[in-house]
Design a protein around this ligand. Structure first.
Ligand code: CMC
Length: 427
């Protein structure tokens, strides 16, 4: 591989260094492009643009590979638990037993959320979408924790990590409790992180909550599968907001808003709504595949396609199996699972989907599992956010420790050139 790339503009040649990642990804470093040539690059949607160097997650979209810190997603989903994976993403190595115990205990020290936060929740209508409430509450945490974390101070950063992991989980469940008119629950420090999620969601004061190990294990695995995905829309948002040295809570709140969109994390809710619609309209899968292919129809097959995966999404493969297992284990017979299977089959055999490399993604089957667990549809994307939290934290921390400059893209202006002001009477 040559060490430089040559660019020719108006007969003049310019050399730019080529950098190669540890998995042989090749990039042309264009840091001096504008000063040398006067030109910039333009790449809407950043389809060809790397925004940073990162040691956290490796993703090969052609081969369907996903690894956190070098460990395959398949192995992590099978052998690790969510807090272990969170530690790995954020601190770079799998924790030793004592480190993991300390991490869990240190998270527990921050599980009380300021009672005044409840006044803020009271301001929302019950009908508010949980993701909107979650973004607002995460941002509000900044007000209760005004001192910005210094990422270069190891202890301060570690405390901020534990605090964020603790409080985010609690307020995430509060968004649901509020919508149901239920009393807001507290974390129980004698229970595990994922157990607490289910408990804080569903325990009512009138009777004890019964844990179902199958549900907890499946949820733990789903959180692992969502934990990081390199420079996706919400993660890039977290990094770019943090690059102005905005705090961790403010940056994560922005990530929650970015995740909410139906082309990103909001797709899990959109998939379930789509499957319900197909079911309620007689289950005619072929009709919806035709709609998705029709360029005059804005309908897309939700849960299909991915910016980076052009072969298969390894998370979807694991989730599809988990959906079968969980529904079997819980004894749930869901007609939406049959529709999903049929939709997948029809789409995968269709030329339109084949030529565009459109495959089921992580969101295609996850909603079916959540539904079987009794999680309401409006909370699906909140679950994605809980899973993605350690990834956002890890990426924020890496960005700050690398001393990355403020994110500030350029543009090619295509508006009016200078024109004289028109007096109101002459407009
Ligand atoms: N249904 C029908 N056609 C589609 C779909 C779909 N789900 N996705 C892409 N296409 C078509 C698109 O119309 C275009 O066709 P043409 O070349 O004829 O114009 C072609 O495929 C390429 O699509 P694109 O929009 O240029 O691709 P992208 O990389 O910009 O978008 C995507 C990726 C995920 C936003 C898109 O595939 C999509 O909207 N999928 C549905 C939403 C979804 O499931 N999102 C979850 C993504 S995975 C979870 C996450 O990481 O957030």
């Amino acid at each position: 591989m040559s060490k430089t790339a040559t660019l020719e503009i108006d007969g003049k040649k310019y050399e730019f260094p080529i950098i190669v990642g540890t998995e042989n990804e090749v990039a042309i470093e264009i840091g001096t492009l504008r000063s040398a040539t006067g030109a910039i690059t333009i790449d809407p949607g950043y389809k060809n643009t790397g925004s940073c160097k990162s040691e956290i997650t490796f993703l090969d979209g052609e081969e369907g590979i996903l690894r956190y810190r070098g460990y395959s997603i398949e192995e992590l989903a099978e052998k690790a638990d969510f807090l272990e994976v969170s530690y790995l993403l954020i601190f770079g190595e799998l924790p030793k037993k004592a480190e993991l115990e300390k991490f869990e205990n240190d998270i527990r020290k921050h599980t009380l959320v300021n009672e005044e936060m409840k006044n803020i929740i009271d301001g929302f209508p019950k009908t508010a979408h949980p993701m909107g409430v979650l973004a607002a509450l995460t941002s509000a945490l900044t007000a209760f924790n005004p001192k910005p974390v210094n990422p270069n101070n190891e202890k301060e950063m570690y405390d901020a990590v534990c605090k964020t992991m603790a409080k985010f989980l609690v307020i995430a469940t509060w968004t649901y409790r509020k919508s149901m008119g239920l009393p807001l629950n507290y974390y129980d420090n004698t229970k595990g992180y994922v157990e607490n999620f289910m408990r804080m969601m569903f325990e009512v004061p009138t009777q004890p909550y019964k844990f179902d190990k199958k549900v907890i294990d499946a949820l733990d695995k789903l959180f692992i599968l969502h934990a990081d995905h390199e420079q996706n829309c919400s993660t890039s948002t977290v990094r770019i907001v943090g690059s102005s040295h905005a705090g961790l809570f403010a940056s994560i709140s922005a990530g929650v808003s970015a995740l909410w969109g139906p082309l990103h994390g909001g797709a899990n809710q959109a998939v379930l709504e789509m499957l319900e619609e197909i079911h309620n309209n007689g289950g005619d899968v072929a009709k919806y595949v035709l709609k998705a292919k029709d360029k005059d129809d804005s309908f897309r097959l939700m849960g299909f396609g991915h910016r980076v995966y052009k072969n298969f999404d390894p998370r979807a493969t694991i989730i599809k199996q988990a959906a079968n297992d969980v529904l079997d284990a819980l004894g749930v017979d869901d007609p939406l699972l049959d529709i999903a299977r049929e939709l997948e089959k029809v789409a995968l055999e269709d030329e339109y989907f084949k030529t565009r490399n459109l495959y089921p993604n992580v969101d295609f089957y996850s909603g079916i599992i959540y539904r079987a667990m009794g999680i309401p549809v409006g909370m699906f994307t909140v679950l994605f956010a809980i899973g993605r939290l350690p990834g956002w934290i890890a990426q924020w921390k890496e960005m700050r420790l690398n001393g990355e400059p403020i994110g500030r893209p350029r543009q090619v202006y295509t508006g009016h050139t200078l024109r004289p002001f028109t007096e109101e009477k002459n407009r």
